[in-house]
Design a protein around this ligand. Structure first.
Ligand code: SF4
Ligand code: MG
Length: 327
């Protein structure tokens, strides 16, 4: 089938206040088939949010964007603002980390959903849209939907507010949901409930889901494919199981070690050091200052993303080099 979303060589650059230009995204390729889940994983500053904001045209106008992002065959890069607005919030629904900043505090949640629905279709009456808001609340398992749609965001707990944001993202029956750190602000139990809900909904509704997170554990049970990003590029990608069981990139291996486990005694093993800023990215492989496997070539040559086993990896000295399947 044709991909739902096909991103190729997507690049974003910013200029700092000294007039220097730097690439925040350095040629990213991502593909999502209809109804599938893609996990985009990396620490903050890896470019994972920038990639999504770039093709949805949510970046400041100073960002320079090039490359290709086809959604259902339509090119989004360079699309006119009025046309992209018709895609955003309709064919593509977005869920962010902090629902409080996504909602207007003085308007009831029901009215905000009504507005989201009628923004894309004026022929729907307010009354019908309110019924739809109640149905959506029920869909995301908010108890007493008819009462709750009349409440304001601050009357909801963190988890319930996140459910309301999912309801709003689903308001116009999108084909694609983008969830950027949807559970980071929530406690562990609620986190698991929201992830279950997202997983159930996208199966039930057959929508594609891009789950952006710094926590590989969040996507482990849910993603069909994973793309690990570092320093503005994809450093390892492939089907989920090989990412975990035939891990090739040292950065991915570090992220796996950092996943909290129930039986873990003692502190988590975090990757030492911090990710580089886009204006001071080291030459060669940008992970080299933090990598235990780095050798001289890593400091001068940025490794290309090469096919390796079931996926692709950008590293001169992969942790594991799976055997090619026999012909
Ligand atoms: Fe480490 Fe070198 Fe691989 Fe980069 S290319 S991840 S520095 S081994
Ligand atoms: Mg982010």
């Amino acid at each position: 089938s044709a991909p739902l979303l096909d991103i190729a060589d997507l690049r974003v650059s910013f200029r700092n206040d000294r007039g220097e230009e730097a690439e925040a995204l350095r040629g990213v390729d991502l593909t999502l088939e209809p109804g599938k889940v893609l996990g985009v994983v990396g620490e903050s500053g890896s470019g994972k949010s920038v990639a999504m904001m770039a093709f949805l045209q949510l970046l400041p106008p100073t960002a320079r964007i090039s490359g290709s992002a086809r959604f259902k065959g339509e090119q989004l890069v360079g699309m006119s603002p009025s046309k992209i607005r018709r895609i955003r919030g309709k064919a593509v629904g977005c869920i962010f980390q902090d629902p409080l900043s996504a909602f207007n505090p003085v308007i009831t949640l029901g009215d905000q959903i009504i507005e989201a629905i009628r923004l894309h279709d004026r022929s729907i009456t307010r009354r019908a849209a309110l019924k739809e808001a109640e149905r959506l609340f029920e869909l995301v398992a908010i108890p007493q939907p008819a009462r709750r749609v009349r409440q304001h965001p601050h009357e909801f707990s963190g988890g319930m507010r996140q459910r309301a944001m999912i309801a709003m993202a689903l308001a116009n029956s999108p084909d694609l949901l983008i969830a950027d750190e949807p559970t980071t602000a929530l406690d562990v139990t609620v986190q698991a409930q929201i992830l279950d809900l997202l997983g159930d909904l996208r199966k039930e509704l057959g929508i594609g889901l891009i789950l952006i997170t710094h926590d590989l554990g969040v996507v482990a049970g849910m993603a069909d494919d994973i793309a690990v990003m570092y320093g503005g590029r994809v450093v390892e990608t492939g089907p989920t199981d090989p990412i975990f069981y035939e891990t090739a990139h040292p950065y991915t291996a570090g992220l796996i070690d950092a996943v909290p486990t129930l039986d873990a005694d003692g502190p988590l093993r975090q990757i030492e050091g911090t990710p580089p800023s886009i204006f001071s990215r080291p030459p060669g492989c940008s992970f080299h200052p933090r990598c235990g496997r780095a050798q001289a070539i890593c400091m001068t040559e940025d490794p290309p993303l090469r096919r390796l086993g079931a996926g692709r990896c950008a590293c001169h000295f992969p942790v594991r080099t799976p055997q090619e399947a026999p012909a």
